[in-house]
Ligand binder design. Structure first.
Ligand code: ZN
Length: 425
């Protein structure tokens, strides 16, 4: 029996004390800043514009002195200085691949892939040497599938580079080759399992799957339970972006995502770039130690929070909580931030809610928030339902709004959850 629930990919790294971890990150930070300043045109010019030298950024708190780089900045820099916007530092050996992600953003891939962060994530998820793994992430253009492919090699697992789509072939592979691991999006895994059930297969008998590693999508707990129930397997998620790689991964305990050692993750106030305290919700910003494409304070656009309580798995890194949404979905009403995830939380308390939309308007210089709630079916006593939703909304959001109940079909499926219709002069 393989022990998939214990152990580490690199024990020494993953179980460092807090003090040792801080010293390690400090050293890696000053190393990458000096390196970036020396070899990357854009990093050097941004330091020079601020009038500071890399030596002035001594610890993680000092990172606040440096500007945030957004995805849109990358796109602009790359248009000005093709192809890599001055961030690419091309080694003598050359560039193995040039990845393209939406934007478009071009990214150089190192000749010998050596980043262990995804391998740590795959190990923590339960994959081991000898596993046969179906990699259903897309191998075209973007780096994720290939990075995971290389990381499976580090683990000693075999990979079937199948990519997404072609459900019947995937099902055939799962049966014939005794595949033990799955990599892909949670929704794709669900469609795969449903298609197999539609072919009258007995998932627990006909498949040998033991572990599923999912990512690149929101992963609600209800979906995990459904997937784990169908197969009696581990389903664990990891979080990262194509620009900065893996930033967090779940361990067997599945309570938050451990931050790998070879990256710095900050949670910041999107408007000021200031670091927020442990537990506070803000934007995930990452600094990587990549020698070919170093990213200093790259803003992911995703919202989450950090926590540091000890994890029973033995890993000592801080953890990222749930990904709560995107920074561009946040709206301010009466000066208070409203996040779609807060509204999701309220609506989940009412099983009769089919859909909702918040509309923010402004009348005579006063914000007005109207919450349209679509009912699954006609319900009696709508006046009291309306009052209950209004009360719970105000408790969670700290802003008063008017609730309007509408019949089924009252809200378009793809309508924005928060529609800000205010016009500012
Ligand atoms: Zn853990």
């Amino acid at each position: 029996m393989i022990d998939r629930a214990h152990g580490y990919f690199q024990r020494e790294k993953e179980t460092m004390s807090k003090k040792k971890r801080e010293a390690y990150l400090k050293e890696r930070l000053s190393e990458i800043l000096r390196y970036g300043y020396r070899y990357s045109k854009i990093i050097r010019s941004r330091f020079d514009a601020l009038g500071i030298k890399p030596e002035k950024v001594k610890d993680l708190k000092d990172l606040e002195k440096l500007p945030i780089t957004k995805k849109t900045d990358l796109v602009t820099f790359q248009k000005q200085t093709p192809p890599f916007g001055g961030f690419g530092i091309i080694p003598k050996k050359g560039v193995r691949r040039i990845y393209i992600s939406p934007g478009p953003v071009f990214e150089p891939g190192e000749w010998d892939y050596s980043d262990i962060r995804w391998a740590q994530a795959l190990f923590a998820c339960g994959l081991r040497r000898g596993d046969v793994v179906l990699n259903t992430f897309n191998y075209h253009l973007t780096p994720l599938a290939l990075m995971l492919d290389e990381s499976l090699k580090m683990l000693g697992a075999s990979v079937i580079p199948v990519g997404p789509g072609n459900l019947s072939m995937q099902i055939q592979l799962l049966r014939q080759i005794h595949v033990t691991g799955f990599l892909g999006t949670p929704s794709f895994l669900m469609s795969l399992l449903e298609a197999a059930e539609g072919m009258s297969l007995d998932l627990k008998k006909d498949f040998s799957l033991k572990v599923a590693f999912v990512g690149a999508e929101m992963f609600p707990e209800s979906l995990r339970q459904k997937l784990e129930g169908k197969l009696e397997i581990f389903v664990r998620q990891a979080y990262g972006t194509v620009d900065v790689g893996c930033l967090g991964y779940e361990c067997p305990e599945k309570k938050g995502m451990h931050i790998p050692e070879d990256v710095i993750v900050e949670i910041v106030d999107t408007e000021t770039g200031r670091q927020l305290e442990i537990g506070a919700t803000g934007e995930i910003v990452a600094t990587t130690f990549s020698k070919i494409f170093p990213m200093i304070r790259f803003a992911t656009g995703d919202l989450s929070y950090l926590f540091e309580d000890p994890c029973p798995c033995g890993r000592t890194s801080p953890r990222l909580g749930k990904i709560l949404g995107r920074t561009d979905q946040v709206t301010k009403v009466w000066g208070i931030f409203i996040h779609p995830w807060q509204v999701d939380e309220v609506m989940a308390r009412f099983p009769w809610v089919a859909n909702y939309q918040i509309v923010v308007t402004r009348e005579e210089h006063r914000d007005r928030m109207t919450v349209y709630v679509e009912l699954k079916e006609e319900l009696a006593d709508q006046a009291s339902l309306k009052r209950r939703v209004e009360k719970e909304m105000e408790e969670v959001l700290k802003v008063k709004g008017e609730v309007v109940l509408t019949a089924k079909g009252g809200i378009q499926d793809r309508a924005k959850k928060i529609d800000d219709r205010r016009i500012w002069e």
